[in-house]
Design a protein around this ligand. Sequence first.
Ligand SMILES: Nc1ncnc2c1ncn2[C@@H]1O[C@H](COP(=O)(O)OP(=O)(O)OP(=O)(O)O)[C@@H](O)[C@H]1O
Ligand SMILES: Cc1ncsc1CCO
Ligand SMILES: [Mg+2]
Length: 288
Amino acid sequence: MDPNTTETEWGSKAWRLLSEVRSQSPLIQCITNFVSMDIVANTLLSAGASPAMLHAAEELPDFTPRAAALVVNVGTLSPSWLPAMKAAARLCMTLATPWVLDPVAASASAFRLDACRELLKLRPTVVRGNASEIIALSQASAAAQPHTNAASKSLHIVKGVDSVHKSMDAVEAAKLLARTSGAIVAVSGATDIVTDGNRVVGAHNGVAMMQKITATGCSVTALIAAFVAVDKSHALDAAVSALAVFGVAGELGMKMAKGPASLRMHLIDELYGLDESALNSHVNVTSL
Ligand SMILES: Nc1ncnc2c1ncn2[C@@H]1O[C@H](COP(=O)(O)OP(=O)(O)OP(=O)(O)O)[C@@H](O)[C@H]1O
Ligand SMILES: Cc1ncsc1CCO
Ligand SMILES: [Mg+2]
């Protein structure tokens, strides 16, 4: 993080990065779960980025090098998809293209946890999960070998894809995961937490109703990829800004929403229409 960023400067930073996404329209390759494909693509389009949901291994050598960033989301993981996820991540690692891991339901099964740990070795720029996912992954990756006690203890920490922990409960786990993986780690929740293992920043935007729309977490993961794509050397700032921007869109959308379905629509509309004054007055980011 730029150590000079004060709390009042986060609004203008978020605006600058959103403006860059709008002007550069970075190509974001998303290998994401079936549930999330539509809302992730619409979130990226509303923010000004260009989504592409390609996942065939045969296409990666041609396509992945053209992407400005990659998202790998294991939400509906199956054995046939994992090799392509790893191959795309490996290409990004080789090409220094930023990529973001969403470890959905990381500890739901040994297969999924091992897949997440293998993906972590391919040096994601950012890992974004909910609190239960980050706690489970942090415990598992602290274990030196596969199937050690620490890894198996972290199995089944999650109920499913929804968190059973609060984001603030995951601060130490996030810092540890950042240190062991080298990634920026973001934990979504009432306060979104972002850390590089030393600094911890909190983004306090958003509304609780966002949890009642499936794949809002997947969507903000993709938005983080778009923001990192336009500011590769400041991944922590980019992740914080994306989380704050998405949260502000949720707050503004909630003013017109009657429930989750209409919030989904209004959030996407508000993201599309965000302007400088809205971000300056609503972005609420602090050091933790
Ligand atoms: N209590 C809350 N108050 C405000 N915003 C919230 C709250 N809980 C979640 N959010 C926001 O909702 C979005 C999704 O976060 P969440 O933690 O629900 O992700 P997730 O569990 O990975 O979701 P999914 O798996 O459905 O994609 C984030 O932008 C987050 O900031
Ligand atoms: C509900 C659900 N199941 C697998 S992925 C997903 C989308 C939210 O993560
Ligand atoms: Mg999730």
